[in-house]
Design a protein around this ligand. Structure first.
Ligand code: KG4
Length: 356
């Protein structure tokens, strides 16, 4: 199956055989950097330039010919409409030309299903590794395929979403908590922008935070009921704090970069984990996963593992390359829909907003 992702500013194509990934190619778009955010019109144009070469490289790396493909999966939404249109039109044309089924994928569902991507070299969990095949220390054993069992909770944190999802089945998911304003990724990016860091700021904050003191500064945490999140108050608190400090010392940010990043990151992680712990208690589920761009954050990855030890959770964290937007996750979601014969017609249109 060929899979296409074009919801925002990454053009990606992947080839999978059943649930095993054969190739995953991602072309980023540098054109937005100078604007400090994604410019939708420029994103659509870049997708148009990238999509054919990206698909060609994905097929070549997979060693698969076009006429061997059984289906084409694509991101239908949510995302930027102009960007989605490029991937949707391309997938439609491809499916029509080859006479194969078209499968539409919900981008959010795909982020969660990234946890199920199998790589060719992975061994089955529980499969006994024979000593003859992997003698002594000279050859490390292959990585073991490890995926959550149902039901599990997934903290989906990206640039546009912060949700706690109760995953009942590959295609059956229920949002039990979500942000009422900004997403966690937005909090990272907007605060990073205030600090003068490039876009997207999340990875820069992550890097700086490793050198800083997470307890040096404290910022506002929301007090909302239930399992919902809010990040807009934190953003304002960060902004006002810096504004006041800069009045006293114009070099405040430069002098305290690492501590600011570490304290901000710690606050975001505390907010995310507090509700996740609450959700785990409420549902009595101990299979916990994270997904989405912010799940690449090293502090969050460490914090959830510490929490797992304390609470006896089994934790599942996607490989770094499957946390950001990528077509591999669209492929795996497409695979589960293919098994159900859930195909789209040629009249399918993308949607900018949608739910799980
Ligand atoms: O999932 P994604 O690639 O796009 C959406 O579908 O939104 O997520 C992008 C978000 C951005 O806000 C980016 O700053 C954030 O993920 N991000 C990170 C890290 N890597 C990416 N945030 C914190 N730490 C990181 N290491």
């Amino acid at each position: 199956m060929l899979a296409i992702e074009s919801s925002c500013d990454d053009t990606s194509a992947a080839v999978i055989r059943n649930d095993t990934l054969l190739s995953n190619v991602v072309a980023g778009q540098k054109v937005h950097e100078i604007y400090g955010g994604v410019v939708p019109e420029l994103a659509s144009r870049a997708h148009q330039q990238n999509i054919i070469p990206v698909v060609e490289v994905a097929l070549k790396r997979a060693g698969v010919m076009k006429n061997e493909l059984a289906a084409v999966a694509f991101t239908r939404g949510p995302g930027l409409l102009g960007s989605l249109l490029v991937g949707t039109s391309f997938a439609k044309g491809f499916a029509l030309a080859l006479g194969i089924p078209l499968i539409e994928v919900n981008h959010l569902q795909a982020h969660v299903l990234a946890l199920f991507i199998r790589e060719p070299e992975m061994a089955e969990a529980g499969q006994l590794l024979k000593t003859e095949s992997y003698p002594s220390e000279s050859l490390p054993p292959p990585p073991v395929f490890r995926a959550p069992s149902f039901p599990f909770l997934c903290l989906l944190v990206s640039g546009g979403n912060s949700q706690i999802i109760l995953v009942k089945d590959h295609l059956h998911m229920e949002v039990i908590g979500q942000t009422i304003d900004d997403a966690a990724g937005e909090a990272f990016d907007k605060c990073a922008k205030v600090m003068g860091l490039p876009y997207p700021g999340g990875p820069y904050i992550d890097r700086l935070a490793r050198e800083g003191d997470p307890l040096r500064f404290s910022f506002a945490k929301p007090r909302i009921q239930g399992l919902d999140y809010s990040f807009s108050g934190l953003k304002t608190s960060f902004l006002y704090f810096l504004r006041d400090q800069l009045k006293e010392d114009p070099d405040f940010i430069e002098k305290n970069k690492a501590d600011l990043a570490a304290s901000l990151q710690q606050t975001i992680i505390d907010i995310l984990l507090q509700k996740l712990v609450k959700a785990a208690k409420k549902t009595r589920i101990g299979e916990i996963a994270i997904a989405g761009g912010v799940s690449a954050n090293s502090g969050l990855r460490e914090a959830i593992q510490r929490e797992a030890l304390e609470r006896n959770w089994k934790v599942y964290i996607p490989k770094l390359e499957y946390t950001m937007d990528n077509a591999a996750m669209i492929g795996i979601a497409g695979y589960y829909k293919y098994l159900k014969g859930d195909f789209a017609g040629q009249n399918v249109v993308p949607y900018s907003r949608t739910h799980l």
